[in-house]
Design a protein around this ligand. Structure first.
Ligand code: C5P
Ligand code: MG
Length: 162
């Protein structure tokens, strides 16, 4: 695809908080009295990582590959998107060096789920745990995230030519 030895990508996503929905982050169902709104399972973390990989490959964005108007993706497990773009990276001749990510959510406390999320993502992406970092931040009660109206995620990924 290209002769570049390394490629970097970044991803960002936001979803509205909604009642009666599940809170799924990095493929892990987090116990919570609210969830995230979205066409798929609204896994804001998996979406940010998926976009980071697509960005590194210069292959567009998640909405181009998995339109939220397509009934196939209604309620979809977002790990399917992630596995797909990891396959695109392999096809393009790259491997993932590492992923760093942040979830910004006011509550619940997420740190006790860090290992479960890292393990689930690493397995979906066929990475070692040490290649996958997940961080959590509140928004200090400021703005839509801080007021409990939305959740955001950011991710960066480094690819290296195989
Ligand atoms: O946002 P703040 O810097 O106050 O977060 C402090 C710590 O709380 C973070 O480093 C993170 O480990 C944890 N945290 C969490 N769940 C959240 C937000 C933050 O476990 N939803
Ligand atoms: Mg999304």
């Amino acid at each position: 695809m290209s002769s570049l030895r390394i490629r970097v990508g970044q991803g960002w996503d936001v979803h509205r908080i909604a009642q009666g929905r599940r809170l799924i982050l990095g493929g892990v169902d987090i116990p919570s009295d609210f969830g995230l709104e979205g066409h798929s399972d609204a896994d804001v973390l998996s979406h940010a990582i998926t976009d980071a990989i697509l960005g590194a490959l210069a292959l567009g964005d998640i909405g181009m590959h998995f339109p939220d108007t397509d009934p196939r993706w209604k309620g979809a497990d977002s790990l399917v998107f992630l596995r797909h773009v990891c396959g695109l990276a392999t096809e393009a001749g790259y491997e993932i060096v590492n992923v760093d990510s942040t979830v910004i959510l006011e509550r619940p406390k997420l740190k006790e789920f860090r290992l479960a999320i890292r393990t689930t993502l690493a397995e979906a992406m066929q990475l070692d745990l040490c290649q996958l970092s997940v961080k959590f931040k509140t928004a200090e009660r400021v703005g839509p995230v801080g007021e409990g109206r939305s959740a955001e995620s950011q991710a960066v990924v480094l690819l290296e030519r195989l």
